[in-house]
Write a protein that binds this ligand. Structure first.
Ligand code: ZN
Length: 395
């Protein structure tokens, strides 16, 4: 079946069928069957579209605006650069991922802004790079950076980076341990630091979904009830017959914690251990989405593309189109919540341009962006007193 083949097979078939459908002729379609990821880029954009997959609706007045709560940025041409250069297929293209390149692909799909999430950053200066490239492009409305809650420098850097209003969250997922008997426990130092993160009104991204991480998130939600914990890419978790019951149970436990939020992202994903199959069967995907939507409710789910980690897996218009199709049976209010309002409450992202929606009341107004290059009048160097200490919050 079309929805049960390897990624390579699927994409090859999709390209051939797409060419045939558009009347390009057999010789051309055979010639265009991609031989490898490097071939896809220049001809087709990020990846060949599946001809029968839902596509993003054309932009029109009154459309629900979309904020992408999860993209990755990097520039491997920098002399100082650490690590990640995209998913399996984007790596072969070997190109930087910049806000401008992403925005050109995202805008036609109705996306008006995005949040960058750290990409396995290893060095503290990556945070500054994210903030600087994002400040330079108003398409970017927030940064989920990389600070290690297990580091003795955590407080110092939290104080430092949270002064920038674009710094909205960190991603960290190793805040727990597992003993030989399989019992999970939170790391007390990390919990203390993550409480400081909550005091600073910043959120925590966690990835990728595993049984251990989901169970640890339940423990963390109880230990730090004021911390907004985000489970990234939850639909990408494929339960097995062996762990189905435990999966259902932990979904229930996470859903029972109001401070756990979910990215309904990576709905299209290569299935691990199954030759990288990408299931594109709508009914299968709809059932999983409905299950998670019913569990977590309309106020705790967010949209994201995970671009360019999703490159070669699904195009941005496919990802948007899938979720528009899913939400087409929901109310307009539920659509607005999923596509932008919930991320505005959870991340408290910053509106940067007129075509971005105005964030909902967030308890306090979003502070203005600091002037470029200006450092005066921002309260001086915070000192290691905890994020609540200098001025009681973000400037
Ligand atoms: Zn990601």
């Amino acid at each position: 079946m079309a929805n049960k083949m390897s990624r390579r097979q699927f994409l090859g078939t999709a390209a051939i069928t797409g060419a045939a459908l558009s009347g390009m002729g057999n010789a051309l379609s055979a010639a265009q069957a991609p031989q490898g990821a490097a071939d896809w880029d220049e001809k087709n954009g990020p990846a060949p579209a599946a001809p029968d997959a839902p596509q993003a609706l054309p932009l029109q007045p009154g459309a629900v605006p979309i904020i992408d709560s999860h993209i990755h940025l990097f520039d491997q041409t920098r002399p100082v650069f650490s690590g990640y250069t995209g998913g399996l297929f984007y790596r072969q293209v070997n190109k930087p991922s910049t806000p401008a390149a992403y925005a050109a692909l995202a805008r036609p799909a109705g996306i008006v802004g995005a949040i960058v999430v750290e990409s396995a950053a290893q060095f503290i200066d990556d945070n500054l790079w994210y903030l600087e490239v994002c400040r330079d492009n108003p398409f970017m409305v927030g940064v989920s950076g990389n600070l290690d809650p297990g580091s003795t420098d955590f407080t110092k850097y939290l104080n430092h980076f949270h002064r920038d209003p674009l710094f909205r969250a960190i991603r960290s997922s190793r805040f727990y341990t597992k003993d030989a008997g399989g019992k999970l426990a939170l790391n007390p130092t990390q919990v203390a630091n993550l409480k400081l993160l909550a005091e600073a009104d910043l959120a925590l991204d966690t990835a990728n979904p595993s049984m251990d991480l989901m169970n640890a998130n339940v423990l963390l939600a109880d230990a730090a009830p004021d911390l907004r914990i985000i489970m990234d890419h939850l639909p990408s978790f494929d339960p097995t017959p062996e762990n189905q019951a435990a999966y259902d149970a932990v979904i229930k436990e996470m859903a029972a914690r109001p401070n756990i939020f979910v990215k309904l992202t990576e709905v299209y994903h290569p299935k691990p251990g199954d030759n990288g199959i990408i299931v594109k069967n709508y009914e299968f995907l709809r059932e999983r989405l409905e299950y998670l939507f019913q569990a977590f409710g309309e106020d705790r789910v967010m949209f994201g593309t995970d671009y360019p980690n999703s490159y070669g897996v699904a195009t941005i218009p496919e990802e948007v189109g899938l979720m528009q199709q899913f939400f087409s049976t929901k109310t307009r209010a539920q659509q607005e919540k999923y596509f932008w309002q919930n991320s505005s409450r959870i991340y408290k992202w910053v509106k940067r341009s007129d075509d971005q929606p105005t964030p909902l009341a967030q308890g306090k107004p979003a502070p203005p962006l600091p002037a470029r290059g200006g450092g005066g009048g921002r309260g001086g160097p915070g000192g290691p007193g905890g994020p609540g200490a200098p001025g009681g919050g973000r400037p």
